[in-house]
Design a protein around this ligand. Structure first.
Ligand SMILES: [Zn+2]
Length: 78
């Protein structure tokens, strides 16, 4: 039983790391579906996310050309 519990813990740890690796970096850029502009992370407009996400941790990036929502990104980090 002990061995089984250890395997479970390892699986959970692994999936947590997989999530962390998807965090958006400031080197990313996003192509706007509406107008085709490629928007570097630094130039995207920021707005608060919809819903109950913490605005200190999540931001919505918007196209500076047309205002289309590009992506919701995690900017928090512990
Ligand atoms: Zn656009």
């Amino acid at each position: 039983m002990v061995a089984s519990a250890t395997a479970d813990a390892r699986t959970k740890h692994k999936s947590a790391r997989a999530v962390a690796s998807t965090v958006t970096t400031t080197d990313d850029s996003f192509e706007c579906d509406t107008c085709g502009t490629v928007v570097p992370f630094e130039e995207a407009r920021r707005s608060e996310t919809m819903g109950n996400l913490d605005p200190k941790k999540w931001q919505t990036l918007c196209c500076p050309e047309c205002g289309n929502r590009l992506k919701t990104v995690f900017v928090g980090g512990e």
